[in-house]
Write a protein that binds this ligand. Structure first.
Ligand code: E4P
Length: 222
């Protein structure tokens, strides 16, 4: 399973990249706003900086909601860097735009997926990724993981090459569940990726190894 980091924070992206486990980045307008990135030039520059750090897939979301504007914005984003994946919301105009980009060979990530039907439409239009939002479904007492399972089954049944990118991943168990189900990608904040490191038995085991080593290597008294 590929690991993407879900942030526009350059320090977090660098840290995940340095861990050696990063396969890409997803951003969205809220994450860009959180970093204070405003104005087209700054936004474009920021995406370029992210691409330079990771050298792999970077999802950059369009703000436009009308087809004509979406394709203009998406074309500009795609021109920025070969690793840009144009992120398109799941709407009628969005599906049309995905079809347009897929025919042009530009990769897309269809975002705000909350049902298997939406995922199927995006795959049929030629999306490279679909992003079902696990955590936001859990938030409204609906099992987000069931949706991941459904989409993986449907795409496998028909051999769709669209990758299932589990988004809105909130904790380590979401990551493990995604991997068990066979999601192609999961995207999560740095805190969730780092939480996978932790186990109390690892900490106590390491402390004991180091203490035993120190005891055995005490200088011999003459
Ligand atoms: C996905 O690409 C979205 O940007 C993101 O995962 C949404 O996560 P949230 O529900 O934690 O905001």
């Amino acid at each position: 399973m590929k690991f993407f980091i879900d942030t526009a924070n350059l320090a977090d992206i660098r840290e995940a990249q340095e861990m050696g486990v990063l396969d890409g980045v997803t951003t969205n307008p809220s994450l860009m706003a959180k970093e204070g990135i405003t104005g087209k030039d700054n936004v474009m520059r920021h995406y370029k900086q992210i691409c330079e750090i990771v050298g792999s897939d970077v999802s950059a979301e369009v703000i436009s909601i009308k087809y004509e504007e979406m394709i203009k914005e998406g074309d500009e984003l795609a021109e920025l860097d070969e690793n840009i994946v144009v992120k398109i919301p799941m709407t009628g105009d969005g599906v049309k735009a995905i079809k347009y980009f897929s025919e042009k060979g530009i990769r897309t990530n269809c975002t705000l997926i909350f049902s298997a039907g939406q995922a199927l439409l995006a795959a049929k239009a030629g999306a490279s990724f679909v992003s079902p939002f696990v955590g936001r479904l859990d938030d409204i007492s609906t099992d987000g993981m069931e949706l991941i399972e459904q989409i993986v089954t449907i795409f496998t049944n028909y051999g769709y090459t669209t990758e299932v990118l589990a988004a809105s991943v909130r904790h380590p168990m979401h990551v493990i569940k995604c991997a068990e189900i066979g999601a192609d990608v999961m995207t999560a904040p740095l805190s969730v990726i780092k939480a996978l490191l932790n186990h109390p038995l690892t900490d106590s085991g390491l402390a004991k190894f180091l203490a035993d080593h120190e005891k055995a290597n005490l200088p011999v008294k003459k």
